[in-house]
Design a protein around this ligand. Sequence first.
Ligand code: PLP
Length: 389
Amino acid sequence: MKKQRYFQLTQDAVTKLAENYGTPLLVLSLEQIEKNYNFMREQLPQVKIHYAMKANPDLRILETLAEMGSCFDVASDGEIRTLAELGISGDRLIYANPIKTGSGLKACNDSGVYRMTFDSEAEIKKIAAACPGATVLLRLRIDNAKAHVDLNKKFGAPADKALSLLKAAKEAGLDAAGIAFHVGSQTVVADPYLEALDLVRSIYEQGAKEGMKFRVLDIGGGWPIPEPRVRFNLAEMMAQIKARLDEDFPDTEIWAEPGRYMCGTAVNLITSVIGVNERNGQTWYFLDDGIYGSFSGVIFDQWDFKLISFKNSGKKHQATFAGPSCDSLDIMFRGKMTEELEIGDLLLVPLCGAYTSASATTFNGFHKAQIVVWEEVREQLKLRLAKAV
Ligand SMILES: Cc1ncc(COP(=O)(O)O)c(C=O)c1O
């Protein structure tokens, strides 16, 4: 079974990149983005990929994926307009935010976006008034207690309301094409997808009995990236989902909205230790990137980032890691095992591409981490290829 690999810088590259560009620095591999796209295409050939650009809206990622033929999942007028400015036509977009703004619907009309999701009567009225005839998918609520980030607490209609809402959409003149779901971000087993597919199949069968034929199914995002202490086999997971789609939805157009999966493995962060302190018997390390910068996933996603110091003393101790701002919320990790560090030491944080720079702020006047493209800087600095882990 094919194994997914990911981008990780060598110690030499980390040192030279920090010398040349300073820290905090995000290093983006567009080759890794291409690999991720191709891997998903190979594993799920029947799926039309819509990159969920909220995970990382870097223009170079968008351009790379657009060139490869990807479609896009957007959530706002800003995202729609960004893609329009890149020359990506509206028919490649799905406006997959179940609650839309007036400016979002206007941007749809301006850019030719006609595919969207909804999960309430109120939204049907809004869409029918602003974008008559739009193709709509009902966002179904999926109960997945195992999801790392459960989006179903906020969105999705219950299964017993699905058909009546789709009928109401049709009666309002919309093209009620099917169902969309999101099993929750960083889902590491196939089961929640398979359970969701069972649910959708029963709704589609019931719909057929009542004269409603659905032609589209959107299986959403949620696809995982490696994380500390979690084991999963992505190829196996995708193979199980593919088999079920082949069996139960052979004549249905299948869409997916991967976000984290597409960009998470393609970026490394290089951050420096800028302060050291002993407080109440605990060692504290202060870094030049923090919760308000690239590490917001610690709060938003309860994400545990791996820190690589390249030290091999064999002696590790527990320490607290905090960001550079003056806010006491700006603490990333407590009790994290680490080698002893000094001011000026560099830390490499792999798997830093999703929901990192996308939500970074300049709180307290700290600048966001600069982003460089690995395939450009490695030539200039004559660096060895990054390690494929
Ligand atoms: C509607 C929708 N689709 C796709 C995604 C991307 O999810 P993930 O990054 O887990 O693949 C999200 C994430 O919030 C979402 O809300």
